[in-house]
Design a protein around this ligand. Sequence first.
Ligand SMILES: Nc1ncnc2c1ncn2[C@@H]1O[C@H](COP(=O)(O)OP(=O)(O)OP(=O)(O)O)[C@@H](O)[C@H]1O
Ligand SMILES: [Mg+2]
Length: 268
Amino acid sequence: MEDKEKPVIEVKNLVKSFAGRRILNGVDLQIYKGEVMVIMGGSGCGKSTLLRHIIGILRPDEGQVLIEGQDINAVPQRELDKIRRRIGMLFQSGGLIDYMNIRNNIALPLREHTNLDESVIDIIVNLKLSMVSMRGMGSLLPCEISGGMNKRAALARAIALDPVFVFYDEPTAGLDPVVAGVIDQLILDFSKKLAVTSVVVTHDMQSVFRIASRIAMLHKGEIVTVGTREEIKNSKDELVQQFINGKPEGPISFLQKGDNYLKELTEK
Ligand SMILES: Nc1ncnc2c1ncn2[C@@H]1O[C@H](COP(=O)(O)OP(=O)(O)OP(=O)(O)O)[C@@H](O)[C@H]1O
Ligand SMILES: [Mg+2]
């Protein structure tokens, strides 16, 4: 953390409802330059929704997202485009275009957002491919490579424009532990070697404690705790302890009315 005084990303009192259901209920979060901020929280609690607000795909009902002090919902479109160019995003689904080979997928943001010559784009694509250890695989289609390679290719695309902010939505979901470790290492490498500020949404606990500079927990539409790895590990908060230890019982409940049916049956 270089400048503790001024966050580079600031989320202020963010509120969002979908069809009358409040998903984000006054989210406050500060992210500092160079850190890896991990956002964790139960499935469906609004993590992806929060990320989509930070990158400006969704507009809040109330509140603000400030990137380097600029309110992204108040700036003119041209300014927003400029800010967006500096953001790389790894979507939860990966998001590679399935009829385009890996090379063209990575080249896409370069073709869309720059006037670079194709020969230069070619060099950049090769560089990005080698950064994710996929040299020579550019001609393959997404369906011809494994899930782990898809994630790596999507990562290469996310950093195509040399972003200063990279957002990752569940980067290790569905991957075996070794491949997940490789992705985590890439996130740390990008953070350190490319000096990017990273925001990672995940509920992969191994990953959380491997990569996080700080961890924020989202629950019932609010950030309930923010702390370093040590602070979170030693937190006395029941909610945090239930989540990081994966306990089925506790303040986070997935049960709906009537779901106790099996329990009642077995207890009879
Ligand atoms: N565009 C939308 N329209 C309506 N409801 C939405 C929309 N986007 C998200 N939601 C709802 O908001 C809630 C939060 O969704 P979100 O995808 O942000 O959760 P999440 O924390 O990322 O979950 P997961 O861990 O499963 O990815 C869900 O109940 C979802 O159905
Ligand atoms: Mg999600």
